[in-house]
Write a protein that binds this ligand. Structure first.
Ligand SMILES: [Zn+2]
Length: 254
């Protein structure tokens, strides 16, 4: 792969970095990343990954843009209200970086379709807002050996980690942390609970950073750690996430 003159200019601030350079930029251009959810987390994720030159970006979302989404879902402009979210994303990303191949998956992830959808991607970034999707994705990414960068939001807090349990101990999976989904409707979603919009921006941007680090193979992976952000205290902390030998997904005990 040879970078074009326009690419040398577009990606100049990556190319000048010793940790990225031409070789790293080519890795980004060859990478295929799947983003689950074109919402609060998916918005900054998709914008930064497209701007960074990820060659192929897939988006899974079966929803349409609602006026009440725009307070935090910054990938969608006002004129997209009523459009399918995946189509709105396609239009915005074309403005940001027309070189990116955008693949639309206007459906909900289920046990039945997850393997076919994620199979062709190198990495999955979960910006979904429901537990059913999180568990389906965790188990499928483990089986298919796909790195999973997952974030979650509360009204004033966020959490982020990377899961690569297929590499073996000590890497944990999401089920090592939370074995079973909580009972339905016991945890309110953004739609009903409310959220300070910029929190989604903080967490989605951190998530984009971790995706780029995983593809480039630079720095320390978040696998084995959970990064927590408390907006009201303006603080971050990081805790260790041990692998659970009894985990129903990645456990090694019979
Ligand atoms: Zn596990």
């Amino acid at each position: 792969m040879e970078l074009s003159e326009a690419q040398f200019e577009r990606y100049a601030r990556h190319l000048v970095l010793e940790e990225i350079g031409e070789e790293g930029q080519e890795k980004l251009l060859r990478a295929k990343v799947l983003v689950i959810g074109a919402g609060g987390l998916g918005s900054p994720l998709l914008l930064y990954l497209a701007a960074a030159g990820i060659g192929t970006l897939g988006i899974v979302d079966d929803d349409t843009v609602d006026l009440s989404n725009l307070q935090r879902q910054i990938v969608h402009p006002t004129e997209s209200v009523g459009l399918a979210k995946v189509e709105s994303v396609r239009r915005t990303l074309h403005h940001i970086n027309p070189e990116v191949a955008v693949r639309l998956h206007a459906e909900r992830l289920t046990e039945a379709n997850v393997a076919a959808i994620i199979g062709d991607y190198d990495l999955v970034a979960d910006g979904s807002d429901n537990f059913a999707t999180r568990y389906v994705l965790n188990d499928a990414c483990y089986r298919l050996k796909k790195p999973l960068v997952a974030a979650a939001l509360s009204p004033f807090d966020g959490q982020l980690s990377t899961f690569k349990a297929y590499l073996g101990p000590p890497h944990p999976c999401y089920r090592c942390l939370f074995r079973e989904p909580p009972p339905p409707d016991s945890v309110p979603r953004c739609e009903t609970a409310g959220i300070l919009g910029a929190i989604a921006g903080v967490m989605g941007t951190l998530q984009a950073t971790e995706v780029l680090k995983e593809i480039l193979g630079i720095g320390e992976s978040l696998s084995g750690s959970l990064l927590m952000y408390d907006a009201l205290r303006a603080g971050f902390h990081k805790i260790a996430l041990p692998r659970d030998p009894d985990c129903p997904t990645c456990g090694t005990k019979p």
